[in-house]
Ligand binder design. Sequence first.
Ligand code: SME
Length: 159
Amino acid sequence: MENYEELTAMASALADGDLWDMSVYANISALLYGNLPDVSWAGFYIAKSHVDNNRCAPDQDTLLLGPFCGKPACVVIPFGKGVCGTAALKKETRVVEDVEKFPGHIACDPDSRSEIVVPLMKDGRVIGVLDIDSDKKGRFGGADKEGLEKVCRMLETKI
Ligand code: SME
């Protein structure tokens, strides 16, 4: 099992200082991609409202591709669409055991079989999501949900 305590501490160290948020997202993507086994994609989508100084109404929001590790991915995901958009709209983590069984799953990588998406929140609003994919079915479970939510809660205090 992954040591999420240690990963959270490492992510926290990478987020310390007066840094550009995108640099932090990039390093945390690399940290998770490099340390979690059987992960084919790890990265962030950023809410357009957050990028554009909150000029979008929350109900019209979209997610834009941010820093990641893995194959090139879709660049725009409306809130409510796919696993990422659903997690963003509902403000809840989504663990998908089998992406083929998730209605509306957006297949950026045809080899992706399972996925976890954790929303990043600030002042009650979704500012982005952490998205991690695997080419193995059922890769993510309760320990991953708990561990990755810890990483995101830590990150929210630093960005
Ligand atoms: N599968 C995601 C799209 C993003 S990629 O996995 C990187 C979704 O359904 O939202």
